[in-house]
Design a protein around this ligand. Sequence first.
Ligand code: SF4
Length: 550
Amino acid sequence: MLTSLEAPDPLPARMVNEFVYCPRLFWLEHVEREFEESYDTVDGERVHRRVDQPRGTIPDDIAQMRSEASSVELASEHLGVVAKIDLVRADGGQAVPIDFKRGRAPAIPGGAYDPERVQVCIQALLLRENGYRCDLARIYYAASKTYVDIPIDEALVTQTLNAISGARVAAVAGTPPAPLIDSPKCARCSLNSICLPDETNALRRRNGETRVRAFAAPSDDRIPMYVMEPGARVGLSGERLEVRTDAGVQADARLDDITHLSLFGNVQVSSQAARALLSRDEPIFYLSYGGWLSGYARSINDHSLDLRVEQHLLARDKERSLAIAREIVFGKVKNQRTMMRRALGAKAKPALRAMAFLMHRVQHAVSADELLGFEGAAAQRYFEAFGEMLSIGTGFEVTGRNRRPPTDPVNAMLSFGYSMLAKEAVAAALAVGFEPGLGFYHRPRPGRPSLALDLMEEFRPLVVDSTVLTLVNSREIRPNHFDRRGRAIVLTTDGRRAFIAALERRLRASISHPIFGYQVTYRRALHVQARLLARAIQGDLPQYPPFTTR
Ligand code: SF4
């Protein structure tokens, strides 16, 4: 938990509303500064448009108030809260705060749910602190066009003061509040794909029941934009990105459909396009022609500061780092073994036995060096067998893994694919709020996205190796997709295009999640793993659960 010499910021009344609705939602929004647009948030903005501009004032003597005041901001040091009141009207000698809500008035005793009642009570208390009589607040429900009166009685004031102090405690607790259990609130919650309520509860229970409800994943249909044409320029045209060369527009895509921009080699991006992406929290990646990640631009929207503090603390803790590294390497070796079993079956029995033994050793590794040794031994077994997974007669052969530089086409594809996956993992790490350069298995080194390398380990065989096998065995990739440069074999521009198209198909392939049972793409699964890693670091989960397939 971050500490500061400054006094804590006053709590917005809106956040106390969130705390009463769900303490974890409050923590995600107020502490982690997470936000995800949904139909409800957009519609809420629409409903507030009428009252979100400051207009009118409240005279000291409320009896003199002739019209209403809108968007009135009040704060109290004593209560430690701040509120923007949609409307204040004079009524019977008192000031009445009116809060606009987008939905219909609920048919329940009291006419409103607790979060809204507490929110307007804070507004009433702030008006009282400013010298006005205020025994009544109102909520206007836009969908049913109805006003509901909320009397500010002693019971509601006590409930409100308790909610404020509860929220204060939760804000500095250092660990996220537990998710709600089987709550219908989660289905409507804009942060469910960040919170992972059912996933977290299932992993906490550990009673074997891990099937969870499948909430809509907001980012599944969006994909990165890759630009690799030398001299191309990426610009903004309305709400679209356009890729131009001297021959005219080569490609375009809606900003809403893009998760990030990947620029290979000498490709320019305009300031307008860069700002449009960054304002949406979408990063821009700069890569060499060969796919080596040389840097990225990200927005200044620095959410999840507490997570990064915990990440730094954990990276200094050898035991806890090793515990996470063991899970990561176990997941990778298990997935390599699964690939071998699926492709080679009984033919690979001795190698499969050796891999199973190494998985066991990985789980009991007592140091990072030992873990590295087991991982290396498993990789050697796996890549020795990789050539046998290629169909005969494709014109491609491989006898093991080589790199820096890769000296055969299969290794050239593996190296390029791992670079692309590392970039995906950096994007996932940034989306969650991690520092991509500070890993737990891969130790930090200048220029190395160590945490992204950790995150991608389980996905190397499932995404990249599988893409290479598909490209070769389906004969989609051919020997003329490669060039020789000295000792190195590299993909040509057409080869890179073919590879990226196949990699994207793989990342967007829908699979049944091995732990939670719902349908998910590999790209979304990588993001879920990044979230689960964050939750494990923050003490929300007992340990990091690796992503493994059967
Ligand atoms: S998904 Fe559910 S538990 Fe998570 S923040 Fe939203 S309401 Fe709370």
